[in-house]
Design a protein around this ligand. Structure first.
Ligand code: DGL
Length: 286
């Protein structure tokens, strides 16, 4: 772990890529949408695959892992880091923004995926009843109801933890018939808890890979919100509103991929999440 002094000495004023961090592969679904919306920018994707999943870990551990990953991305030249992981956004973002950034470099920014996702909810629900499908960590953090009710106090939010869904995706079982049981199980339970739900948010980066199944199982008329496009739209808007940050982001259309796991394993599994093959490098996070 580098000291604050060492880190400050290491940080440069030169523009750099936008950092995109996830506990593993799921953030690739967000990265893809961001790159579609903002293709001219440079990106570094960092997946902490060696320590995934984060969804079942404690607040303290997710905070420590995420903070160290953010510092790594700063060291690699990023001025802006997106936590493309709901669990990290739920459990670590606020502490990093409030406690760490002022000491590390108050001009760097870390943004999450929950706020951009919930901003669209008011336009989508008509019944005013919204369901959140996410990891246990995200549901227990209550981040989605808190953020939604800050903007839309009248909306009733019900969370459903889907602990099997990340495993189904990671094990390439998302399209398998056997996955139907677990997809149906959590959706049925959510609708039994609140039958008035007309909008379901996929509050985990892995879940878009289950979308074909989810869409088949969710009753007609219920809208399903996959967050990638909302996060991308929000980032575009942020960069327009913050020209000083935009000027610190390089624009050559490149993307580098780093993983804390074996790079060959990462490249193979990343193909589940991305439409084109990639090259990746191994990296260690303290
Ligand atoms: N990326 C995580 C999220 O969006 C899911 C995977 C994990 O549990 O680490 O919550």
């Amino acid at each position: 772990m580098v000291s604050l002094q060492e880190l400050k000495a290491h940080l440069t004023a030169n523009p750099g890529p936008i950092g995109v961090f996830d506990s593993g592969y799921g953030g690739l679904t967000i990265l893809e949408k961001i790159r579609e919306a903002l293709p001219e920018y440079d990106y570094i994707y960092l997946g902490d695959n060696a320590r995934t999943p984060y969804g079942t870990r404690s607040f303290e551990v997710v905070y420590e892992y995420t903070r160290n990953a953010v510092i790594k991305l700063f060291e690699m030249g990023c001025h802006l880091v997106i936590l493309a992981c709901n669990t990290a956004s739920a459990k670590a973002l606020r502490s990093i923004q409030m406690n760490d950034l002022p000491g590390i470099d108050p001009d760097r920014r870390v943004l999450g995926v929950i706020r951009p996702t919930v901003e669209c909810i008011g336009e989508i629900t008509t019944s005013g009843h919204v369901g959140i499908l996410a990891t246990l960590g995200t549901i227990n953090s209550e981040s989605y109801p808190l953020e939604i009710n800050k903007l839309f106090p009248e909306i009733v939010v019900t969370g459903e933890a889907c602990p099997m869904w990340v495993s189904l995706v990671e094990n390439n079982e998302a399209a398998d018939d056997g996955a139907d049981y677990f997809v149906r199980k959590y959706i049925d339970h959510l609708l039994a808890t609140d039958p008035q739900i007309d909008t379901m948010v996929l509050g985990c980066t892995h879940y878009p890979l289950l979308l074909p199944k989810i869409s088949r199982i969710v009753p007609a008329g219920i809208k399903i919100v996959a967050q990638g496009e909302y996060v991308a739209r929000s980032l575009k808007d942020y960069l327009q509103r913050h020209p000083e940050m935009d000027a610190k982001c390089t624009k050559h259309g490149s993307c580098l991929f780093y993983t804390t796991e074996n790079k060959d394993k990462f490249m193979e599994s990343a193909s589940l999440f991305l439409s084109t093959p990639i090259e990746a490098e191994h990296i260690t996070i303290d």
